[in-house]
Write a protein that binds this ligand. Structure first.
Ligand code: DGL
Length: 269
């Protein structure tokens, strides 16, 4: 195994949400090491301006590149929607994947009647990034988007099955469901943590599209294409760095991943 193959995949989000992508990566690519960055000091991003998000995203990208990674995965729809150019501009020859591309492909591929709902942060919804990617894949598809700003704090709080969260979801989903959508894209990496609750509110006939799984699949393909897949029989390493209060991240993260995270470090930068 070469030194480059042995490097971790850098995965980043504004907080705990990107762990949905980490979980999918661990399942699909069990030999790969992962270096995760959660910007817990500055979450939520989804209500911030494009300029601010670009600035934060640039800092995180530089940090991960400085640590040494063989691939970058933007595990945050908000950053992918407005700042993927910043990441690609700094990454040079390091491949960059993002959850919006993966989610848009998965939704268009599986949507029957061509009416797709997208829920995300205000910044993601206002950027129109999902609708643009989906229309590029299939111009006939109808896309109905809804910003759900309260979901991220509810997830960060760990209120994954709470009456307040259920009521909030009913309010947010009403207009999208009225459009008879056949699928609903979870356009924020925090939202898969709410999957059972959202499925209950949306009804069993609506397919929830979780881009984490598609992103992991894309990562597997790209690593193989580029000859960067990690082999051998040395166990992978998982490392988590956050910008504030590691314990809080650890508690919610472990509940979600269903495994111990090990040491979560506060970044020094
Ligand atoms: N999890 C992020 C996303 O996918 C954003 C959450 C936030 O910081 O607002 O959009």
């Amino acid at each position: 195994m070469s030194a480059q193959q042995d490097l971790p995949i850098g995965v980043f989000d504004s907080g705990v949400g990107g762990l949905t992508v980490v979980r999918a990566l661990m399942e699909r690519l069990p030999l790969e090491s992962i270096l995760y960055f959660g910007d817990t000091a500055r979450v939520p991003y989804g209500i911030k301006s494009v300029t601010t998000i670009e600035h934060f995203t640039g800092q995180i990208t530089d940090y991960l590149l400085g640590r040494g990674v063989k691939m970058l995965i933007i595990a945050c729809n908000t950053m992918a929607a407005v700042a993927s150019g910043v990441v690609k501009g700094r990454a040079g020859s390091i491949p960059v994947l993002d959850v919006i591309d993966a989610g848009a492909r998965a939704a268009v591929a599986q949507s029957g009647a061509g009416a797709i709902g997208v829920i995300g942060t205000p910044t993601t919804v206002n950027s129109n990034a999902y609708a643009r990617r989906m229309h590029a894949l299939d111009p006939a598809v109808r896309v109905y988007s809804q910003a759900c700003p309260l979901f991220v704090p509810l997830v960060e709080e760990g209120w994954l099955d709470h009456p307040v969260t259920r009521l909030t979801a009913q309010e947010y989903l009403r207009p999208v469901l009225a459009e008879q959508v056949d699928s609903l894209v979870l356009g924020c990496t925090h939202y898969p943590l709410l999957k059972p609750l959202l499925q209950e509110v949306a009804g069993p006939e609506i397919v929830l599209v979780d881009s984490a799984i598609t992103t992991a699949e894309q990562a597997a393909v790209r690593l193989n294409e580029l000859g960067l897949a990690r082999g051998g029989d040395v166990l992978p390493s998982y490392e988590y760095v956050v910008t504030d209060i590691p314990l809080r991240f650890q508690t919610i993260g472990e509940r979600f991943l269903g495994r111990s995270l090990g040491a979560v470090e506060k970044v020094e930068w």
